[in-house]
Structures are given as structure tokens and as C-alpha cells.
Design a protein around this ligand. Sequence first.
Ligand code: HEM
Length: 301
Amino acid sequence: MKPYLKKKSINGWPLFWLISAPLSTGMIVAITKADLSTGEGISSLIQLSVRCAVPLLYTAFLASSAHSLFSSDFTAWILRNRKYFGLCFALAMAWQAVFIIWMVGASTNYYANEVFVLRDLIEGLLGYIVLVPMALTTFKFGRRLITRKQWRLLHKTGIYYLWAYAFSVYWWEIFYYRDPVFLDYAFYWTGLLAWGLRAAAWTKARRNSIGNSSAGAPLHRLAGPLGLAVASIGIGAASFGSAWVQPSQEILYGYALTRIPEAFFPYWPFEPFLPLLVIGVGCLLIGNADDWKNRTNASRV
Ligand code: HEM
């Protein structure tokens, strides 16, 4: 695939136009077909724009970890063009913003009665508050305005926040609401996989650093199998959310102390991410578990 993946037409700005031109044309065609006199009609355009955005977001989110786990010409191509997948995502989200403003302006009642939830608005606005500087600092003029450290912090927290938004929307769609469609499942599982690749890449890098003085003392080697068991429990919980979503509501909501975060704090109380926390603990154990093979290698070095 190498000679093909090196082609100018599918790298850099040509790739950006290859994705964003049909995407924008599709949006314009959808506008001509949608019933713009109703909130539902505009909402369907919001849905369409986001469904084009999510795969681009996931591609940018998994690029580096996919390449560090499965180094190939294809993963190198994705990593080489991560910036352009990110900019295509930003463009698709710009379309969503146009449709949101349209809905608020032209179907205010629909927005107020059918869509508006204060915490959702806070979550959504924060999404754009990180997305806009991420897009601007992708360009030289924007990057010059912040330090390298600030750039890394913005892009790392920003992409995690945006991934979390999409992932949590689809978690609720398939495990809580009663009418999920195929795309809801597809975007939930690919969102979980994208995060899983990052966790696996972290675990692999951590294991490779075991024995290096900078990595600190490793855990007992039984931490490995224990970590696997813990991660499997997390994967089980991430696969069968319907089984625990109701009981978790009774446990996690309704305390005087949590009234404010319930009303304002994005993603509180983090139900979609609780299984990932368990998987993360599993990775932490696996990543830090002592390993005779590593130990002997290190001592040999
Ligand atoms: C103020 C900001 C935002 C508002 C008002 C807003 C509004 C909406 C509305 C009304 C829908 C429902 C469309 C429908 O199903 O008919 C929707 C869906 C969605 N939005 Fe947003 N949104 C905002 C920000 C964001 C951000 C930052 C993301 C980040 C990725 C995002 C991701 C999604 C996703 C994944 C869906 C589900 C689409 C589907 O059904 O597949 N939204 N949004």
C-alpha cells in the first residue's frame, strides 16, 4: 500500500479537501431536502453533521496509539494526516454549529422545549470552547500564540473531552434509551475501541519501561494476571451497561452534596466512563507488573 498511501492526492491538504468537499456538498444537499420549518427537520441536519464528524474524531483520537501498537504503512498514513482528520472533524462540527444556531434562531420553541437541558448546553459549549482553539492552533499563526507545553495540554485534554462527549452520547443511546439504531452501536463500540487502543498503547509503553530506573519499582508479577482479571471485568461492564444503568442511577444520584454537579458538571456522575476506570486500573496493574523476562533483560543490559 506504501506507494499508494504516499500519493499527494490522499495526504495533507488534498486529503482535507477530498473529505471536506463531499462532506460539505452532502450538507448542502441535505439542507435542500430537510424540512427547515420544523425543529425536527433542523435537528436531523444536526444529527447528520455529527454522524459525519464522529468517525473523523475517532480517527484522530486513535492515530498515535494505533501506530505504536500496529505499526504499518496504513497506521503511518493515519498518523501522518492526523492534523487533517482533526480539521475535517472541526469542519463537520462547524456545520453542526450552523444548524444549532439555526435551530435556536428559527425554532426557538422547539429548542427550548425539546432540546434545551442546562447541563447538556454546558457540555456542548465546552466542546466548542476547546474545539475552536484546537483548530486555530493547528495553524502556524495560532501555534505561535501558545507554548509547546500549552499546545500539548490543549490538544490532549481537548481530544479526550470531545471523544468523551461522543462516546457518552452513544453509551446513553444504547444502554439507557429504548430506540437505538445500528449507528449508535457502531459509534459506541468504535469509540470504546479507540480508547482501548490508547489504553493498550500506554500499557505496552509502560511494560517496555519496566526495569528502567526511571519507571520505579515494578509491582509483584501476579499483578499481571490480576490486572487482566480486573480489565476483563471492566470490559464486561462496558459491554452490558443496560444491566447496571438503572441500579447505578439509584446509587449515584439524589444527594444534597451532588445537587450542584448533577445540574452543571459535564458528564457527572460519569456512568459511561466507570467501566473504563476499571479497565484503566487493570492496565495500571498489567503495565507495572514485574516480569522475570523484563527483569533478566534489564539486568543483562
Ligand atoms: C452547544 C453545543 C451543542 C448543542 C446545542 C448540540 C445539540 C445537539 C442536538 C439537538 C442533537 C440531536 C440531533 C438529533 O438526534 O436529532 C445533537 C446530537 C449529537 N451531538 Fe451535539 N450539540 C452540541 C455540541 C456537541 C459537541 C461539542 C459534540 C462533540 C462531539 C456533539 C456531539 C453530538 C453527538 C455525538 C450527537 C448524536 C448524533 C446521533 O444521533 O448520532 N455535540 N446535538
